[in-house]
Design a protein. Structure first.
Length: 392
């Protein structure tokens, strides 16, 4: 008998019909003789709806109360799925994180899991229950509700899979695996059968939101077998693996959107001091002649305004385009030329061993990712693997 942890994201449980479809899928796996812990996100749009309510009260709501509010979304979806399974004659119980217990540190809104108790999960599994656990939430050492940061249900699933030594942690979502780039932006994107953990980590850190970054890092550290699958269709999905199996040097392209480029009339040192004092994280800090440019998340704009006030000027909405793979640093100049020929301005660029990143205007990111993907993924793979000549 194998033990599987199956996580279903917001779109996969976005309506009663979708929850019924998840129940059918879970029932099928259960009837094949597997033990299953299901981890659910809130129904699609629900976390944002709750966030919107909070912002009507306060643009920067109290962090503790925000977690009490946002964690409510997952409590709804787990109860509905457990009911749907019960109605099918399957024993199922839903548990919020506090009931499991899933312990975290005390960083409200962005907590890290420190420990998952297995006693209650194991007891329920041994009594043939499907256990349906609320993702995204935990409990700190003072008994407060915490949440794990956006996309945090992936983290819940991986931590439970690790604690229970599950055979596989399966992340079911609205695409049928990890692609060479976001298939919603690039119709030509290719599904990867396997992707190496290190590359997956870089892709997640650069905006490929199909897996949450912390969950990939946790799975890597704790050797949790991880697979991304479609909750809509059957198929093998993408296995995130420790073996290096990729034949081509370029693995994929990630886009990190929702960023702003800001110019601040402060020295780099003074700005960094202010940011760390107020605990605001920014992605890049570049000293200019009389000011400092930073790239930050749009979500932090209200807090940055509070800290920096009139010293801060909003230059524009930007995105980071990153190409990930082995031995790719040699492509840097070629990509810059290619982008400039397409009329796309590169505000800044960075490189690390397996990744090249370019900061571009948000309005250009769809065009940029499409042309870079065609030139460096589709055409390159054609060159690497020419089609065999047909012999008649
Ligand atoms: N390289 C990629 N491969 C697959 N999907 C990607 C990639 N990059 C971005 N995505 C996006 O990730 C989405 C799935 O993540 P998310 O919306 O968080 O799902 P869920 O609601 O199931 O947690 C896909 O719909 C797709 O648009
Ligand atoms: N509901 C949370 C947690 C989550 O993981 O959601 P999803 O799996 O839909 O990305 C969020 O919206 O961030």
């Amino acid at each position: 008998m194998t033990l599987l942890v199956q996580k279903f994201g917001g779109t996969s449980v976005g309506s009663i019909d979708r929850i019924e479809a998840v129940a059918d899928r879970v029932m099928k796996t259960y009837q094949q003789g597997h033990q299953i812990v299901v981890v659910l996100s809130a129904m699609a749009g629900e976390t944002n709806r709750l966030l919107g309510l909070a912002k009507q009260i306060d643009e920067i709501p109290t962090a503790r109360e925000l977690d009490v509010l946002l964690s409510a979304g997952e409590q709804v979806s787990i109860a509905l799925l457990a009911m749907a399974l019960n109605r099918r004659g399957i024993k199922a119980q839903s548990l919020i994180a506090d009931q499991v217990t899933i312990r975290t540190d005390n960083v409200f809104n962005n907590a890290s899991i420190t420990d998952v108790e297995t006693e209650r999960l194991t007891a329920l599994l041994e009594q043939d229950n499907v256990v349906v656990v609320a993702g995204f939430q935990g409990r700190d050492s003072d008994n407060n509700i915490t949440t794990l940061g956006r996309g945090g249900s992936d983290m819940t699933a991986v931590a439970i899979a690790s604690a229970l030594n599950a055979t596989e942690c399966q992340i079911f979502t609205d695409v049928d695996g990890v692609y060479s780039t976001d298939p919603r932006l690039v119709p030509d994107a290719k599904r990867l059968d396997v992707v190496h953990f290190e590359h997956m980590r870089t892709m997640a850190s650069k905006g490929a939101k199909v897996l949450q970054l912390q969950s990939v890092e946790y799975a890597l550290q704790h050797s949790v077998p991880l697979r991304v699958l479609s909750s809509f269709d059957d198929g093998e999905g993408t296995l995130v693996t420790f073996d290096i199996a990729s034949t081509s040097s370029i693995v994929g392209i990630a886009i990190l959107g929702n960023q702003v480029l800001l110019d601040v009339e402060l020295s780099k040192e003074e700005l960094q001091r202010q940011l760390s004092l107020f605990g605001v994280n920014v992605w890049s800090v570049t000293a200019k002649a009389d000011s400092t440019q930073i790239v930050a998340s749009n979500d932090d704009l209200a807090r940055l305004r509070l800290v920096l006030d009139e010293k801060m000027r909003h230059i524009g909405d930007v995105s980071t385009l990153s190409m990930i793979g082995n031995d790719i640093l040699e492509y840097s100049d070629e990509i810059r030329i290619f982008l400039s020929e397409a009329g796309i301005i590169v505000h800044n660029n960075q490189q690390q061993t397996d990744c090249l990143s370019f900061l571009i205007d948000k309005d250009n990111h769809k065009l940029a990712v499409n042309i870079i993907h065609k030139r460096f993924v589709v055409d390159q793979q054609r060159l690497d693997n020419p089609p065999l000549l047909a012999i008649y």
